[in-house]
Design a protein around this ligand. Structure first.
Ligand code: URP
Ligand code: ZN
Ligand code: ZN
Length: 472
């Protein structure tokens, strides 16, 4: 099957240019400037399908480097399966996810990873890879880290939060970082001071402060900035690179920036919820409504100006990746577990379907350029997580993961409008995007075409990842 995408504006992290894109089978065969006849004068006649992309952007498929499909968490299980979650991702122009396999204390890392393979295999609409959460750092799991690198799982997430569930001590973090430093892998850190948070949560509940907004008020920015600094200091001592996930506090990114400027190999990720949503407007809504937006790190105060600062840090590359941290829970029965006690609300927001659109709105609003949109949502994740060469660019030899995006289109996000995630509500209800995902191609197969899903369960393949390109 050959597809010719003609007359579009091809956007990569490097720049934008008028060009035709020829797809042959699962790969991009050529990117042809106007008038380029090197493949013959009339390739259009021999193509199986021709798509006219006049006035549209042709961009590499989105890579969401942070998702949690069907993850057991907070006494329940994230509501998207690999089937429903990857289908929703495809609707939104994301053609690769990297999900977190989870190991807890007392469990064998290899068995946990095998369980994640079993959940995903044969079920995904788009390609997928895994990071490994190591919740119990010990001699066996440290050894397993080396084996996983050989199996294409080259990133390991540790937690400084959730004592008794996932939290690693500083000593355990140090050991895991040393292991990463020796095998070339990268540590991803959930940087919040979990012990301090637990004290604040217990005190708030004792004072009768049970509403969802207290989730944020008991996780003040200091808990994120302190943990970020500690994590980076530990990384500096071990020489390991460090990637801090889901950053929301401007002060935490300021810490990261300082160490980056000193030349340390540290990277920051943020998510759409921290750029658009806030404590005041969402989490503090009356009654229990705010539970929809309970996630960690938490939504922060708009009055304190975190959201604008995060956009600025995206421009300066102090934040280098936008992922979703997609961790969906239904309101009924799942979020409702926390009625009368905010600490029992399962933590997570579902966004895998909307990231490309939401961040494109940042282009429309003049916050970032269209090339930076591609870089933050596709190219840097590919480089960061060892996928570049296959994913993250429109170039000959790369996988034909391509999105045709219409900047003159419109997308109204809403549960009854554009919602394919397995949730009973949308955290993005009422958001309107000045742009639209028209066509999505995953490894040469058209999966979304003009508001129709054409994908298939099982098309998505496991991606054995290499090492990050950002290691030194
Ligand atoms: O609230 C969140 N972020 N849920 C998912 C788990 C995590 O820490 O990433
Ligand atoms: Zn986390
Ligand atoms: Zn997460």
């Amino acid at each position: 099957m050959t597809i010719l995408i003609k007359n579009g504006t091809v956007v990569t992290a490097q720049g934008s240019t008028q060009a035709d894109v020829l797809i042959d089978g699962e790969r991009i065969a050529a990117v042809l400037a106007p008038g380029d006849t090197s493949l013959g004068a009339n390739i259009e006649a021999s193509a199986d399908r021709v798509i006219d992309a006049t006035g549209k952007y042709v961009v590499p498929g989105g890579i969401d480097g942070h998702t949690h499909m069907e993850m057991p968490f907070g006494g329940t299980v994230a509501s998207d399966s690999f089937e429903t979650g990857t289908r929703a991702a495809a609707w939104g122009g994301t053609t690769t996810i990297i999900d977190f396999a989870v190991q807890k204390q007392g469990e064998r890392v290899q068995e946990c990873l095998a369980a994640w393979h079993d959940k995903a295999r044969g079920n995904c609409a788009i390609d997928y890879g895994f990071h490994q959460v190591v919740g119990g750092v010990d001699s066996e799991s440290l050894k397993a880290m080396d084996e996983l690198v050989d199996e294409g799982v080259t990133t390991f997430k540790l937690f400084m939060a959730y004592p008794g569930v996932f939290l690693s001590s500083d000593g355990q973090i140090m050991q895991a970082m040393q292991q990463a430093s020796s095998n070339g892998s990268m540590i991803m850190m959930h940087a919040e001071n979990g012990s301090a948070i637990d004290v604040l949560v217990a005190q708030a509940l004792a004072e009768g402060k049970t509403d969802p907004k207290y989730h944020s008020l008991t996780r003040p920015w200091e808990t994120e900035a302190e943990a970020t600094n500690r994590a980076i200091m530990l990384a500096r001592m071990t020489g390991a690179p460090l990637y801090i996930v889901h950053m929301s506090a401007k002060q935490a990114v300021e810490v990261l920036q300082k160490h980056k400027d000193e030349g340390w190999n540290v990277f920051g990720e943020t998510c759409p919820q921290y750029l658009y949503l806030s404590l005041e407007e969402q989490l503090a809504q009356p009654g229990f409504e705010g539970a929809k937006w309970v996630c960690s790190t938490p939504l922060r105060s708009r009055a304190e100006g975190h959201q604008d600062e995060l956009w600025r840090y995206l421009r300066t590359n102090d934040l280098s990746v936008i992922s979703t941290d997609h961790c969906p829970f239904c309101f009924k029965e799942q979020k409702e577990m926390g009625v009368g006690d905010f600490s029992k609300i399962p933590n997570g927001i579902g966004s895998v379907e909307h990231r490309m659109d939401l961040i494109f709105q940042g282009v429309v609003d003049g916050k970032i350029t269209v090339e930076r949109w591609v870089e933050l949502c596709s190219t840097t994740p590919a480089r960061m997580f060892g996928l570049y060469g296959r994913k993250g660019a429109i170039a000959p030899g790369f996988d034909a993961d391509v999105v045709i995006y219409d900047p003159a289109g419109r997308t109204e996000i809403g549960f009854h409008k554009t919602h394919h995630m397995n949730m009973d509500h949308s955290a993005w209800e009422g958001f309107v995007i000045d742009g639209h995902v028209d066509t999505v191609i995953s490894r040469g197969s058209v999966v979304i075409d003009d508001n129709e899903y054409l994908g298939t369960k099982g098309h998505g393949q496991f991606l054995k990842r290499g090492l990050s390109q950002y290691l030194i």
